[in-house]
Unconditional design. Structure first.
Length: 305
């Protein structure tokens, strides 16, 4: 984390999180990053057209978005973000991602400051974040310092927003059991119900991590991507049925190596509390389509409304 300084050297207590995976998961150069995101939307695995913010009667409540390197999952993420643009974007986003690093509290929020990417800065909505900071949700910047699952969503939001202002709330989950996910979902629901801005929940998750690199091998005779898809469709079926508890049970019972099932379950809990009626699978793919090999990761784009 960094702090801003005034022209006379006085410290300004506004925390600035600098990007940690720029140059790895996506380009660190502003113009190259914009071109990369455009390619994600226009790619044959993507929606095939650039996003444009439109007015819609569809009340989008949440989306599932992958968080791998853009070369692998960016085109799939573009489906969720294209849908988001078509439904009018939002004023505020609550981005929930898994904690891959193991650093920090079990459930961690940042309640102030801003996050930088090569496309600029995005501010945390302090009012909403402080309403969510309660119960099991701890305030711990360390959990966010090196975690990529929330960071990689911001350039897409910034690209779509253009000159439109938006802010966000980051929540990082190391603990992803049903009780934890439900409590997080209920806390967020109560906060949103008191909030007067359009808010969408972004659940950041990849699906199966299968093959040699992940010690999750398919049965003999099944290609690695086919195995990943078979596993993932079990989890996706629960998401499409708006069943957060069923999702977590299915992941655990079938050893599905989905890294962000807790964030997705929390998002589903919020969406159901707020009256969600349907979830729609916008696109499914795997990294095998980009790089065939002995391992692959599954990616799904899902809208909940």
């Amino acid at each position: 984390m960094q702090y801003h300084y005034s022209s006379v050297g006085e410290i300004i207590l506004e925390k600035v999180r600098t990007p940690v995976v720029a140059g790895q998961f996506y380009d660190r150069n502003k113009d190259m990053l914009k071109e990369l995101i455009k390619k994600c939307f226009l790619d044959e695995r993507g929606p095939g057209k650039l996003p444009e913010i439109k007015k819609s009667q569809n009340k989008l409540l949440g989306i599932v978005v992958p968080h791998a390197g853009y070369i692998y999952s960016g085109s799939i993420a573009a489906h969720s973000y294209h849908y988001l643009a078509n439904t009018g974007f939002a004023d505020t986003f609550i981005i929930i991602g898994p904690n891959h690093t193991g650093i920090g509290s079990a459930v961690s929020i940042m309640t102030e400051g801003e996050w930088m990417t090569p496309l600029g800065s995005s501010k945390i909505n302090e009012t909403l974040a402080k309403q969510i900071f309660k119960g099991i949700i701890d305030k711990d910047e360390n959990a966010h310092k090196y975690e990529h699952s929330i960071e990689v969503q911001l350039p897409f939001l910034q690209f779509i927003a253009g000159s439109k202002n938006f802010n966000f709330v980051p929540i990082c989950m190391a603990m992803q059991d049903t009780e934890t996910s439900t409590e997080i979902g209920n806390i967020i629901t109560n906060a949103i119900q008191k909030f007067d801005k359009k808010t969408v929940i972004i659940a950041s998750s990849d699906f199966s991590h299968a093959g040699f690199n992940y010690s999750s091998m398919p049965p003999e005779g099944i290609r690695i991507d086919e195995y990943a898809k078979k596993q993932d469709m079990l989890a996706i079926d629960k998401i499409l049925n708006l069943d957060p508890g069923g999702l977590i049970d299915t992941v655990n019972q079938n050893d599905i190596t989905m890294c962000g099932y807790g964030p997705v379950a929390s998002m589903l809990t919020v969406a159901k509390n707020l009256g969600a009626k349907k979830a729609e699978l916008l696109k499914y793919s795997t990294s095998y389509e980009v790089h065939p090999g002995t391992s692959c990761v599954g990616y799904g784009a899902i809208a909940v409304y």
